[in-house]
Design a protein around this ligand. Structure first.
Ligand code: DLL
Length: 434
């Protein structure tokens, strides 16, 4: 069942007409209310009234995370603080966080889009949604929470942490849907197993996982270990939070981006040229209905491609491919570009290896080195040294064959790589410390 069938199935022509109308209104608003945009548009010699088609969007300048940082905390807000009812922030790894504000109508819009997303994943009224995304400045917890309530499902606002209690509640309350990061879902399954609880005996049927990159191989792993359908959800706090795009359970191939509220583009991150349908590049999003902090051509840094092909589910909104990582997460090892998710795909496909890993990059004698630490299962760890050696050589060989980089694989004991209750850390780049 769709949450808002009329809008989710709008024919393309009507959808684009709506986008253009909303885009024009938003541009007028930011030009009038946000000095940053007025200066940027004036600098480019463009007035909102010059934008007469969706194609014209390409004439407008981009907005970056740095622009948001420079106007910390409220400089890009287009509504006065009296109209802002919620503030979230994303913790950057460096410097100040990025701050976003929502008007009452923004919260309504976000709740609807999150409700659409949950429904696209197969959630209904009557479902018990175990929401283990963190509540707080992070948008995951409250975003999924409001969406679940809007849908009319029962939401358990458990947030992250205290894994033993999570499992008890899931068992006792009969949770049917799990929302959390894919890495935390895996950790929960592992904790349950160590307590003699099999996740497959729970009532869970769907997992809605996002907030960090994951792979198809990880999907299979989660579906088997938890006996669920695992679906991908995408979002970022700058644009709204979770629910910007969602995979539908019928198609399970690409995430519908809610185009009546967002206009997506794919650009070449180096030349900034707009790329044709199907080509991989950086996702750029323009928000067309947000009031608190509308963003024009925001460079997400996330790498994906887009398709306008019809989907089996009947929704007409475009789909973005599984996010393969952020352009700034890309590791360059001796000139070869590698995303952690590519290494994850290789590791998860190998028998006896657990999907818990850490990539350590260093530089020795001016040469980049990549160490892949990965856990093996208990049974294998107690095996002879020779078996372990053969396995690490096999992994090194596969990484070399598939990605073209030389690595050193270190097999470690089960449960020694640090677990996360939210976004997992997969890379330690010691080169940056030099
Ligand atoms: O992570 C919002 C969110 C919460 C999305 C819960 C989904 C579920 P931020 O903390 O601002 O917001 O981080 C946004 O996380 O730019 C991507 O790099 C990454 N990301 C989010 N979802 C996915 C996904 C939330 N499904 C940043 N696959 C984004 C890959 C993702 N990366």
């Amino acid at each position: 069942m769709m949450f808002n069938e009329e809008f989710e199935t709008l024919p393309r022509q009507a959808l684009e007409a709506l986008q253009l109308k909303r885009l024009q209104l938003m541009l007028e608003r930011v030009y009038a209310n946000v000095p940053f945009y007025r200066t940027a548009f004036d600098g480019a010699g463009i007035r909102p009234a010059d934008i007469g088609s969706l194609q014209d969007l390409q004439r407008l300048p981009f907005t970056t995370k740095q622009n948001m940082r420079d106007s910390y905390p409220y400089g890009l807000f287009a509504s006065p603080l009296e109209e802002i009812v919620r503030i979230h922030a994303s913790s950057g790894t460096t410097g100040k966080p990025t701050v976003v504000g929502y008007t009452h109508r923004d919260i309504e819009m976000w709740s609807e889009l999150m409700a659409r997303s949950l429904a696209a994943a197969g959630a209904n009224r009557g479902d018990i949604i175990h929401n283990a995304y963190g509540y707080g400045l992070f948008t995951g917890g409250l975003g999924a929470h409001y969406g679940a309530e809007r849908l009319g499902a029962s939401v358990i606002p458990i947030s992250g942490g205290n894994t033993k209690r999570q499992i008890m509640i899931m068992q006792d309350f009969g949770s049917t849907i799990l929302t959390c990061t894919p890495s935390y879902a895996l950790f929960m399954a592992e904790e349950a197993r160590s307590e003699g609880i099999d996740f497959r005996d729970l009532k869970l049927r769907v997992g809605i996982f996002g907030a960090e990159p994951w792979s198809e191989a990880m999907r299979t792993e989660l579906e088997v270990k938890l006996n669920i359908t695992a679906l991908d959800i995408y979002g970022l706090s700058e644009i709204m939070g979770p629910g910007v795009a969602q995979e539908c359970f019928q198609g399970k191939s690409g995430l519908h981006i809610w185009e009546d509220h967002f206009i997506p583009e794919i650009i070449n991150p180096v030349t900034c040229e707009v790329m044709p349908e199907g080509t991989k590049g950086e996702l750029v999003i323009t928000t067309i209905t947000k009031q608190g902090i509308p963003l024009v051509r925001y460079r997400t840094r996330d790498i994906t491609s887009i398709t306008y092909e019809p989907c089996v589910c009947g929704r007409t909104h475009a789909r973005i491919a599984r996010l393969s990582g952020r352009s700034d997460d890309m590791i360059i090892i001796r000139g070869v570009n590698v995303f952690p998710s590519q290494i994850e795909s290789i590791l998860v496909g190998i028998e006896g290896v657990e999907p818990h890993y850490m990539l350590i990059i260093d530089r020795q004698d001016n040469l980049d080195t990549l160490e892949v630490q990965v856990e093996v299962d208990e049974h294998l760890f107690s095996d002879e040294v020779k078996v372990l050696q053969t396995l690490s050589l096999k992994i090194e060989k596969t990484i070399k064959e598939v990605l073209g980089v030389t690595s050193k694989v270190k097999l470690v004991e089960p449960r020694t790589i640090q677990r996360s209750e939210g976004k997992a850390t997969r890379v330690i780049d010691k080169r940056k410390l030099l």
